[in-house]
Design a protein around this ligand. Structure first.
Ligand SMILES: [Mg+2]
Length: 365
């Protein structure tokens, strides 16, 4: 079986409500979808959300990258996943989100062809049922507390509070209220999306000491590893890295500088599922915690892909952040379901989801 066709669609999916982060208010999801057709007529789908501030890629650039890569991939043996990844990296530097969309579509198509779930193509299933992380991000304390309490009531045990959007003391006051409202037996994180100065991040960490906050993600500019290390050194709360992790070297650098105790792994940053799984194995070797996450607003395609990768990792103690639940419209016949905060990884062939192409065309831009 060979790759016969690669098509790319740029879509704009509506969100249920905006997510407030340090540098942006996410009101819609601009994502690409890759449709990969084999010589046998089997179709696989992949997705990548645009995150210009994280990956440097837009839907336009990702579309151009997929179209640039497609000719050198057509005719290649579907089962030679590593060879296809190597070919993409030879042909084009960077553009990891675009490559991830192709690589996910390849896994979906290969899995359907072989009658195997994607997790079985990636490794041994160790985490069949994953706790998913709920994001609390209205930016308003009363609304955040109400939202977090409702999610806790609905069974969620993993929470991410968006901070870095106000003065550190005010963010901390809001985060403390949320921590108190959620109750026991939960993992709680705060994500500043690089929104604080070093002093501000340390002030936030100190203000949160004694609360049940488990980790504090992306406190400062991700490209300033010295600042990350300074915050990590001053904080009793574990620091997590996200925007600064684009490959194995970044993970090693954070560990060597003691700049973080855990990593948020995303296919759009790591070039796909194989990159994500390799990064997870490296984290385990270095004693780092792992969060597997989607970009805010990715649909059931990328969310299912993230779940398959998380299923084979040694551990996902910092949770799985799937994002399809935040969308007002998905592109699959039956969007991925999270039951009482947990997601059960599909054993159906491929990603285990059915993309509705009429929806792709409906939301295409
Ligand atoms: Mg993050």
């Amino acid at each position: 079986m060979r790759i016969a066709r690669l098509d790319v669609f740029a879509c704009c999916l509506p969100m249920k409500k905006p997510v407030k982060m340090a540098a942006e208010l996410v009101t819609r999801a601009d994502n690409i979808f890759v449709r990969l057709e084999s010589s046998d007529g089997v179709i696989g789908w992949g997705e990548a959300g645009s995150a210009p501030a994280m990956t440097g890629e837009t839907v336009e650039s990702m579309g151009a990258a997929v179209r640039f890569l497609a000719p050198s991939l057509r005719g290649r043996d579907l089962s030679d996943v590593e060879g296809i990844i190597a070919q993409m990296d030879r042909a084009m530097y960077g553009n990891k989100a675009a490559k991830a969309a192709i690589e996910i579509a390849l896994h979906d198509c290969l899995g359907k062809t072989l009658g195997k779930p994607v997790h079985a193509l990636l490794g041994e299933k160790r985490n069949p049922r994953l706790a998913t992380m709920a994001t609390v991000g209205t930016g308003n304390a009363d609304k955040d507390v109400a939202e977090a309490s409702a999610l806790r009531e609905a069974g969620y045990t993993q929470f991410k509070i968006k901070v870095g959007i106000d003065a550190p003391e005010r963010d901390a006051a809001r985060a403390r209220r949320i921590c108190e409202a959620i109750g026991e037996d939960c993992t709680i994180s705060a994500d500043a999306n690089q929104g604080y100065s070093t002093e501000g991040a340390i002030a936030f960490a100190r203000a949160m000491a004694g609360t049940r906050l488990d980790f504090f993600e992306a406190p400062v500019r991700a490209d300033d590893l010295s600042a990350m290390a300074a915050v990590a050194n001053a904080s009793r709360i574990a620091i997590g890295a996200d925007e600064g992790v684009h490959g194995m070297g970044d993970i090693e650098a954070h560990a060597a500088r003691k700049a973080a105790k855990g990593m948020a792994l995303k296919s759009i940053k790591l070039g796909g599922l194989r990159g994500l799984v390799k990064a997870g194995a490296l984290c385990e070797r270095l004693g780092l915690e792992i969060n597997v996450s989607c970009k805010t607003g990715e649909s059931s395609v990328a969310s299912a892909a993230a779940a398959h990768a998380a299923a084979v990792l040694p551990h996902v103690r910092w949770g799985l952040s799937v994002t399809q639940g935040g969308l007002a419209a998905d592109v699959t016949e039956h969007p991925l379901t999270v039951e009482r905060g947990y997601l059960t990884v599909s054993d159906a062939p491929g990603l285990g989801i059915a993309v509705d192409e009429t929806l792709i065309r409906k939301y295409a831009i």
